[in-house]
Design a protein around this ligand. Sequence first.
Ligand code: SAH
Length: 225
Amino acid sequence: MTGPTDERRPERERMVAQQLRARGIRDQRVLDAFLAVPRERFVPPALVERAYEDGPLDIGEGQTISQPWVVAIMLQALELRPTDRLLEVGVGSGYALAVASHLCHEVFGVERRASLLAAARDHLASVGAPGGGMAGDVHLRLGDGSVGWPEAAPFDAILVSAAGVAIPPALEDQLAPAGRMVIPVGAGGDQQLFLVRRDAAGSLAREPLGPVRFVPLVTAPPTSD
Ligand code: SAH
């Protein structure tokens, strides 16, 4: 998937060892998924040299590709299984969705900025998705992801990559029995990452996982520029 020459493999191995494993990411499937995705394909050309830095990077339009460690915390908390179907709200560069596609059967992504979605499509195609090459099938849509993707629901897992002022009820509704969602909640510098679980009987439990910092989840119609 990364082509015959994978020049940045050593940088990626360092990222996984130093930023993820050393900081407590223990799920081997999650670590392997990060090793499989060339992060340099998801950043703007000018930032390729910085692709494996330990922080978020600017992807244009005031948005960022999340810090690898934060993506890992979220994916590990989702306890993804190979048969799962996952929804990501806030596709951005497509990086988190690419990593998630190695952990699930099928992934769905919604992004509200058309230019970012177009770039994400290119990035995902360059690493072999949608279709062949990746572990799971990838489906993308332009829209306000705070309403989820009703036609494709329910989902075993929902990854929300932008911070809501509250947990959107539509997303909880679209969680399958035993489904999990991770979502940053709060405004500005006061955000908490929440894990929401639906038990087999259908009731929901919400557990805070710690402070985070994400761009806002914008509940307005998508922008076509
Ligand atoms: N997961 C991304 C990072 C996303 S940054 C990555 O790996 O690169 C958050 C993204 O959420 C931005 O691209 C922003 O445009 C998008 N976003 C914000 N509100 C949204 C909404 N209501 N629906 C869909 N996307 C949204």
